[in-house]
Ligand binder design. Structure first.
Ligand code: NDP
Length: 316
């Protein structure tokens, strides 16, 4: 049989190249994207064979759209073998927060809350699995971790005591810790929540569902459109800097292959693991399970994140 994977944000970057790599491995890829036309064009341009992918609409920045997606997938009758939470926005230059239709700050909604809801809704399609190896993979990043060189540049992520979530996360609140709006920190905070979500999913559901929950840092994929909202000069210099100075640069193709390995290969069936290939890319570098940041490995924070996120997305 053909295994099915859903990849959010498969219309560009890591998600698109991951879709290609998984199609090459014989998977059927459901590209879950907000711009269906763009996704189709991107898939064809990259040469993902017709018939090995389908496209479904989802806007992770709109929780109602996430629910609609879950209903539509269920109605399609497809069995689900893997879910990849990959879509993200990074808006380093905005001065005022953008908002989801619910009124929540948009970076946290898109990157974390939308995926948090999606994971919870999609697990039911994976539970009665005929397939022995269902997986949920959530993209992490080195910038979630101030203990590592790539994560030391300020502003550092800080979830505080979730004061912002607790207060309802709507205007005038825009940050998880309830402090002043800082778009770069909002991105990093959302990625800490991504890692915490993976670990909580593992703790809560691995045993009862048999699902493998993992995260990965594919390397610095410096020329994806993630940086499209940055200064043009930054977009030009960042890949060169990562290639020649830090040695962290990874091509989109290689990042896609790494994602596909974590989704499909038997070596990566280790629930709760955060996979990395290191910060400096070495030739034939091997992957290893990396320790996540102090906040992302704090079980109490994980519990609190879960409770409050569940409330914000309307699961409780
Ligand atoms: P891209 O900007 O290339 O891709 C992001 C994808 O997310 C696009 O397909 C985009 O869709 C989609 N997306 C954005 N907002 C929404 C939304 N509201 N609803 C649905 N889809 C949405 O970024 P990357 O490929 O670089 O990033 C992918 C993941 O990899 C992210 O989770 C990021 O944190 C992670 N990552 C990236 C690194 C890097 O160096 N680039 C390093 C480490 C981790 P559209 O095409 O319509 O804009």
């Amino acid at each position: 049989h053909k295994s099915t994977v859903i990849i959010t944000g498969a219309s560009s970057g890591v998600g698109l190249y991951g879709a290609k790599a998984l199609a090459d491995k014989g998977w059927h890829v459901v590209m879950a994207c907000r711009d269906v036309r763009k996704a189709g064009d991107a898939a064809r341009e990259l040469g993902i064979p017709e018939g090995s992918f389908s496209i479904m609409e989802i806007d992770l920045g709109d929780l109602e759209s996430v629910r609609r997606f879950a209903r539509a997938f269920k109605a399609s009758g497809r069995r689900l073998d893997a879910l990849v939470c990959n879509a993200a926005i990074y808006m380093p230059l905005i001065k005022e927060p953008l908002r989801s239709p619910e009124g929540y700050e948009l970076t946290m909604t898109t990157n974390h809350l939308g995926h948090f809801l999606l994971c919870n809704l999609m697990m039911e399609n994976m539970k009665p699995s005929y397939y022995s190896d269902p997986r949920i993979v959530i993209l992490g990043t080195v910038t979630h971790n101030p203990d590592e060189l790539g994560g030391k540049i300020p502003p550092r992520p800080d979830l505080g005591k979730f004061e912002g979530f607790e207060a309802g996360f709507k205007d005038p609140i825009s940050m998880v810790d309830g402090k002043k709006f800082e778009p770069v920190k909002a991105y990093k905070d959302s990625k800490v929540c991504n890692v915490l979500t993976m670990r909580e999913l593992h703790r809560r559901f691995h045993e009862s569902t048999g699902i493998t929950f993992t995260s990965l840092y594919p390397g610095c994929v410096a020329d994806t459109p993630l940086f499209r909202n940055h200064y043009p000069l930054f977009q030009k210099l960042f890949p060169l800097f990562q290639k020649n100075i830090t040695g962290g640069y990874v091509s989109q193709e290689l990042a896609g292959e790494r994602l596909a390995m974590v989704v499909a290969d038997p070596e990566y069936k280790q629930s709760g693991a955060y996979w990395s290939w290191g910060n400096r890319q070495k030739k034939d570098g091997k992957s290893f399970v990396q320790k996540v940041s102090p906040q992302a490995r704090d079980d109490e924070k994980g519990e609190r994140m879960w409770e409050l996120s569940a409330k914000l997305v309307g699961l409780t």
